[in-house]
Design a protein around this ligand. Sequence first.
Ligand code: NAI
Length: 467
Amino acid sequence: MENNFDVIVIGGGPGGYVCAIRAAQLGLKTACVESRGALGGTCLNVGCIPSKSLLNLSESFHKAQKDFNSQGIEFTGLKLNLNKMMSGKNKSVQVLTKGIEFLFKKNNVTYIKGKGVLFSENDVVVYEGEEKTSYKAKNIVIATGSAPTSLPGIDIDEQNIVSSTGALSFDDVPKELIIIGGGYIGLEMGSIWSRLGSSVTVLEYLDFITPGMDREVSNEFQKILTKQGIKFKLNNKVTSVQNVSNKVVVNFTNNKTHEREKKECDKVLVAVGRKPYTEGLNLSKLGIKKDTQGKIEVNKKLQTSINNIYAIGDVIKGPMLAHKAEEEGIAVAEIIAGQAGHVNYDVIPGVVYTSPEVAAVGKTEEQLKEANIDYKVGKFPFLANSRAKVNNETDGFVKILADSKTDRVLGVHMIGPHTGDMIAEMALAMEFGASAEDIARTCHAHPTHTEAVKEAALAIDKRAIHF
Ligand code: NAI
């Protein structure tokens, strides 16, 4: 009986551990299997959390170096201690992973260490070193996440040619860093190392960065990052990357002119996306279906082709975001408990934690045009926001897209200071089906950056006050 559970969750990342806690809260006997040796998944161990720690620390260093003297905060002898910075980051990660273990104990979730393999629709076998233990479960949730992808012929060695994992732990600041891929990972990691002193070049296959982002925001984003010193080579296809003595040589070809170029650097970060991680789970033997991209197919209730086996997070369709996985984890736990768990995929915010931050929720202009939906645009620049102005953080704007007929908010796109936090208000507004008028009539505290949201809502009907 000890090894019998109502729910076994395979994977202890943000999707899996949240699902396990919610299932236990609902009275289900729950276990979570994790092979990494620490809970929290990619996000906590080698993703969101360590990168946000380094983004925060590198920004403090950069501000001290570039801004403080001119702002009357004078000092001499500023220097970087990368070792100390990395220790601080590692400590933050450790504290948070231990925090999840505590939450498991508090909620009565059994933490099973090892690699979980599906043996039948009710049997999970966990391998830990030489040991093999069998468990029975009425319901199984696959939450095994994703792994970095690479390009043909490029071997990530995590030394000189790295994924985000290696780029979070360089021993020294690389003099020349080449980043393949101008997406979320490339630009966050590029910002960190550029602030710490690297010369950063981003090679991007498309002729714009951050595909999927509202194009006006993406263009502004590139302009701001260029002003900060990051170099972009768009429309370029990387053909090979080679380790040559202590350096790395990257060969690439311009998609339009077909001109070939070669660039030498100290480190290369490959950030061209991630793929679902389902290796060794035994899915095909059980007949669990995957789509052409290797994502597990699920129905609206997040059930796989086997009714009592569910899948959530990066292994299924949708954006590979920790908070999307968490929502799905909660929904599945509630569905298993007989409740009406549900995820609103139209309102999943996305944030790039650069400086300034970029944040969005809902439809982009491009998506609305493609869907033939008539919309109005309200825009307000941070240059006209008093708080941003006194803080010398005037880059960027807030843009609200609302339905032309109903005034319902369809999408919000922001680039600017604190927008990663400000987007929560817009997600809430959209969950409540708010109109732009609702936002315009909501009192926003002065002086705050959030006034830019109210002003953008007013701008929909050309009645912004400060611009
Ligand atoms: P991504 O999909 O965001 O960006 C990859 C970029 O690489 C794209 O711009 C793509 O056009 C480019 N690319 C593809 N092949 C290329 C080639 N051969 N040469 C040059 N460029 C090429 O993927 P990324 O940045 O690796 O992130 C992976 C996942 O992790 C994403 O789903 C992202 O949403 C998530 N993530 C989210 C973060 C956040 O929420 N702040 C932070 C980091 C990652």
